[in-house]
Design a protein around this ligand. Structure first.
Ligand SMILES: Cc1cc2nc3c(=O)[nH]c(=O)nc-3n(C[C@H](O)[C@H](O)[C@H](O)COP(=O)(O)O)c2cc1C
Length: 372
């Protein structure tokens, strides 16, 4: 495994200030001696006479239908590194309408899962440590930290300036739960964040619906009435900017159909899936991540590929059945070139990798080699 561009041994703040690392670092020099963080992804293909810009990503031409989903790209420096290594669709980590703290360190740990993390296995305890091995599965637990809007807005503009030819920066945002908040106030916070996100000039926006809903422990995406209200309000706010809905894994086919209808009405794409929650303990059986409400945390990487593929297939089936137009972004467990093609064969219009890309910063290049 290569040096991860996000270092789990460091705190979120240290990563934010000092990262990215490995092949995404600005000081990184490739084997041939050339710095690789200045739009090399596009240039190197151009040098080889490749016909570029052949994929239409929600109205924008991109060099490849592959990228990094919301999360590991903490700020513009990370986006610059990712674009430089040829990840053509980069999602800036989810932002909020106000300052929000990060959960205590550690925020990333390796989890031991034999094969697939099925729904049944996710009910058992998973052992976590800092020994990362292939096929890599991790838990990540940040609590969606955010800088003040003025700060992230300026940084997102910087990130957009790092787009090379055939590359697009997507900005992810969400609403924040407050105590004694009404549903209307929650929706209004999503809308406010949408407006702040729009002001950055990002070409494409993504709303994170796989985050806490008000009033209970569930996620917004599993409350489809709330999801519809949020999507309707965001659409009104952002005009015709392409919108992606980021959701979790759905067990129930009726829910998939309902979400597909909402997507077709208010959005241009669905990105699925986010992490799968599980109880995570250390080798002695104690809670692995310190703090309240952190006994369960989200698992991602190789062991959830089955779930992302299943969602891709089902959303495609439903979309094609209803004559829908939304695109499908397949996410979850893409760690190899073959995984990318498995998602394409399952019906994904675009594919993204978070965990896989973290430990293999050359994944986009390898996929482009094969696409040729
Ligand atoms: C370090 C890290 C941070 C993440 N943060 C976010 C986030 O802020 N917003 C979001 O929608 N998803 C977030 N995710 C989830 C990913 O976008 C993705 O849905 C999930 O990790 C599954 O993909 P993977 O198996 O390729 O990692 C994060 C994932 C990782 C690994």
């Amino acid at each position: 495994m290569l040096i991860p561009f996000y270092d789990p041994e460091k705190t979120y703040e240290e990563n934010f200030e000092q990262g990215p690392f490995g092949a995404f670092a600005p000081t990184f020099v490739s084997e041939v001696g050339a710095p690789t963080t200045e739009g090399v992804g596009a240039d190197s293909l151009l040098e080889q006479g490749e016909s570029l810009l052949k994929y239409d990503f929600l109205g924008f031409k991109v060099n490849s239908p592959f990228g990094i989903p919301a999360g590991p790209l903490l700020n513009s420096n990370f986006c610059k590194g990712a674009f430089g290594q040829g990840f053509d669709i980069c999602v800036y980590k989810t932002v909020r309408s106000g300052i929000f703290p990060c959960h205590p360190w550690p925020n990333v740990l390796a989890v031991k899962v034999e094969g697939d993390l099925t729904y049944e296995k996710a009910q058992e305890k998973l052992i976590a440590d800092n020994n990362y091995t292939e096929p890599v599965s991790i838990t990540n637990s940040f609590g969606v930290p955010s800088r003040a809007p003025a700060v992230w807005q300026e940084d997102v503009r910087k990130a957009i300036s790092y787009e090379g030819d055939g590359q697009v920066l997507v900005l992810s945002f969400m609403g924040t739960v407050h105590e004694h908040q009404t549903p209307e106030e929650f929706v209004a916070d999503y809308t406010l964040t949408a407006r702040l996100a729009k002001e950055t000039g990002a070409k494409v926006l993504e709303t994170n619906l796989s985050c806490p809903n008000i009033g209970n422990e569930g996620l917004v995406c599993y409350d489809l009435d709330m999801t519809e209200k949020v999507c309707e309000a965001i659409r009104k706010e952002i005009g015709d900017i392409p919108l992606i809905l980021k959701v979790g894994y759905y067990k129930n086919y009726e829910d998939i159909k309902r979400l597909a209808e909402i997507a077709d009405k208010y959005a241009e794409a669905i990105s699925a899936i986010n992490t799968i929650p599980a109880v995570v303990v250390d080798k002695d059986g104690n809670q692995a991540l310190p703090g309240k409400n952190r006994l369960r945390s989200g698992v991602c990487g190789a062991s959830i590929k089955w779930a992302g593929l299943e969602m891709t297939k089902k959303f495609k089936e439903v979309r094609d059945g209803m004559g829908g137009k939304f695109k499908i972004i397949g996410v979850g467990g893409v760690t190899t070139v073959d995984d990318f093609f498995e998602y394409q064969n399952a019906g994904a219009d675009f594919v993204m990798s978070a965990t896989g890309a973290m430990w293999n910063p050359y994944l986009a290049r390898e996929i482009k080699e094969r696409l040729r």
